[in-house]
Write a protein that binds this ligand. Structure first.
Ligand code: ADP
Ligand code: MG
Length: 501
């Protein structure tokens, strides 16, 4: 018999003029694993905060364990067995594993004198519930993200959770850590505890969730068993757009032209070996491989950041020596890194200032005065060209969604009018709708004459943009594919097959 733990009915929530939730109804059964998906801003965090008593709904009803609430306080939510694990895990970074796990529980039990022995026993018992062991006296901020997450889960279990809610738990995890998290979620389920987790990665969802709930613009647009759900249908529900890979127009590449970029027997110690390829004008060349395959080092070498030890690089037929980034920039090469937050953007600065950061000398008038009119015009131009969704270029970059931040990085590099564009993981952390738009943009740029090196391990991304794909493994190119002769499935096998070596 299915037993309902939690149900919300017709919940609405507004923030000023924004309708974050619009008559949302959903329920979770005992022991069920539910996944909540939706694009950025679709209301996922808001419903979590309503269920955990952080926000008061404007209208609607909440039922937990059969009890009716018009709103919840955080304490009521916890007493009803709801435990939320936020992305920052809310741990005490300077306390030990044992203290983090057991302190709350000791305090809740009304103990004024904390017994260390007791604390270790509680922590150990807690960890045993999910079959893991961690060093109890390790300081929490020395542990990996995955371990800190385990501590948060253990804490939630010890608080007698009947439902554990996790907001985007897999975002910062490696593939292997994701698999072990899934094992733990299965363990939690076997104890009759329900899980609701938010995810962006659609393939993950079908793997782990019993049921999938999709939000779009604050409404529930799908709620059904995950079994048999396919990724394309989910994408359609999330975005309201059919992303049809068959309908993509690829421009043809003139193979008799002079290569924009030629790389000959390029090697970098402990990075990559004997790499040779040509990149033609209007071509999108994919470079794929797992983390550690040498793909990022290769990009850094071509961009002069990590000069190669041997081999040659030619730009439009002329040999160039990449000793530093300046050499690359002077030769019309731009590089958009995979970590846009760390390497690409100043988040607190305005969108316009970020866009013009690389071309400031061109926008400077005589005597080195910055010309504000030119700067504003350049900013406006790129916001329009790349369709950056913002009311004003004067807002800080951090006010934008991931997809729009990525456009600012692109704008910044395109402003320098490059001939060759190297993109490293251009849509990592970007939601499906923006992803499709960025792919469209990449194809348009190639069509306009740029040569693009696209480094990625996102298979649908490679398939929907690249003319050719080079597969790297252990620092070498091991295979080359033309897109026409490739399927997503085959590329997946080739890529993951490399993992077992
Ligand atoms: P998600 O978690 O799906 O990305 P959210 O629930 O965070 O989406 O946000 C839904 C909408 O509500 C967004 O448009 C967001 O900007 C808005 N919103 C969320 N929280 C607040 C808040 N505290 N103040 C104003 N607007 C908010
Ligand atoms: Mg959110």
């Amino acid at each position: 018999m299915t037993e309902e733990i939690l149900r919300v009915e017709n919940i609405s929530k507004r923030f000023g003029g924004v309708i974050a939730l619009d008559k949302v109804s959903l329920s979770i059964n005992k022991g069920e694993t539910c996944c909540l998906v939706g694009e950025n801003g679709s209301g996922k965090s808001t419903i979590i905060k309503i269920v955990s008593g952080v926000y008061t709904p404007d209208e609607g009803d909440i039922y937990i364990n059969g009890r009716h609430y018009k709103k919840l306080s955080p304490i009521e939510s916890i007493q009803e067995g709801i435990q939320v694990i936020y992305q920052d895990f809310s741990l005490f970074p300077n306390l030990t594993v044992a203290e983090n796990i057991a302190l709350n529980q000791q305090l809740a039990a009304g103990k004024h004198l904390v017994s260390w022995k007791e604390m270790y026993r509680v922590a150990e018992e807690g960890l045993a519930k999910i079959n893991i062991s961690l060093p109890l006296d390790a300081i929490v901020n020395t542990l990996s993200t995955a371990d800190r997450q385990l501590i948060a889960i253990t804490k939630a279990l010890l608080a007698n959770a009947s439902t554990i809610i996790m907001d985007e738990p897999t975002t910062a995890l490696t593939q292997k850590e994701v698999s072990s998290l899934f094992k733990i979620i299965a363990e939690i389920k076997s104890r009759g505890i329900s899980t609701l987790f938010v995810s962006h990665k659609l393939n993950e969802v079908t793997e782990i969730a019993d049921r999938t709930i999709i939000f779009r613009n604050g409404q529930v647009v799908m709620d059904q068993a995950s079994k048999g759900l396919n990724v394309h249908d989910m994408e359609f529900s999330m975005t309201g757009r059919r992303l049809d890979p068959g309908a993509i127009q690829f421009n043809t590449v003139d193979k008799s032209a002079t290569a924009l970029l030629r790389v000959e027997k390029l090697s970098l110690e402990r990075g990559f070996f004997d790499i040779s390829f040509d990149l033609m004008p209007q071509e999108i060349l994919g470079i794929t491989g797992l983390l550690g395959s040498g793909r990022t080092e290769l990009a850094h070498a071509i961009f002069g950041e990590l000069p190669a030890h041997s081999g040659k690089i030619f730009v439009e037929g002329k040999e160039v020596h990449m000793r530093g980034i300046q050499d690359a920039v002077e030769n019309g090469i731009a590089y958009v890194p995979d970590d846009r937050v760390r390497e690409g953007l100043f988040l607190d600065h305005t969108i316009t200032n970020n866009v013009v950061a690389g071309v400031i000398d061109r926008l400077t008038s005589k005597f080195n005065f910055l010309n504000p009119t030119l700067i504003q015009a350049e900013g406006k131009n790129w916001i329009k060209t790349l369709d950056i969704k913002t009311p004003s270029g004067d807002l800080p970059v951090k006010s934008l969604s991931g997809g729009n931040q990525q456009r600012v990085v692109l704008a910044k590099w395109l402003a320098s009018k490059p001939k060759i564009l190297i993109l490293n993981g251009p849509t990592v952390g970007v939601d499906v709708g923006s992803k499709a738009e960025i792919h469209e943009l990449i194809r348009t740029l190639a069509h306009q004459g740029l040569g693009i090196l696209l480094i990625s391990d996102d298979i649908p991304e490679l398939m929907s943009t690249c003319h050719r794909i080079l597969l790297m493994r252990n620092g070498r190119i091991v295979e080359e594919f033309k897109r026409e002769e490739l399927t997503e499935n085959l590329l997946n096998i080739k890529l993951v097959g490399a993992e077992s070596r």
